[in-house]
Design a protein around this ligand. Structure first.
Ligand code: SF4
Ligand code: SF4
Length: 83
């Protein structure tokens, strides 16, 4: 699954630089996650880094992006240009 930022986000800017996939960006009102770039940090870290640093715990699983470990790893390989 990809992760999603809920509207409880306080725009603290902490998560964006932590994302190894450049999946986090400032949206019209709050930070957002591009689900096609989010691997839940699979391939880079043991835990989703944005979730670890968010002070208000407003990052949750995206309800519409269901992916298992294999799919997340395949996404990681695609994003990093690996075969
Ligand atoms: Fe980026 Fe990892 Fe958060 Fe996904 S879980 S948005 S890859 S920091
Ligand atoms: Fe929003 Fe949490 Fe990211 Fe801060 S760390 S910008 S509160 S999602």
């Amino acid at each position: 699954m990809a992760l999603r930022i809920t509207d409880e986000c306080i725009n603290c800017d902490v998560c964006e630089p932590q994302c190894p996939n450049d999946a986090i960006y400032m949206g019209p009102q709050i930070y957002e996650i591009a689900p096609e770039r989010c691997t839940e940090c699979v391939g880079h870290h043991d835990e989703p880094q944005c979730k670890v640093v968010c002070p208000v715990e407003c990052i949750t699983l995206h309800p519409d992006w269901h992916e298992g470990q294999d799919a997340l790893m395949a996404k990681y390989r695609r994003l990093t240009g690996q075969p």
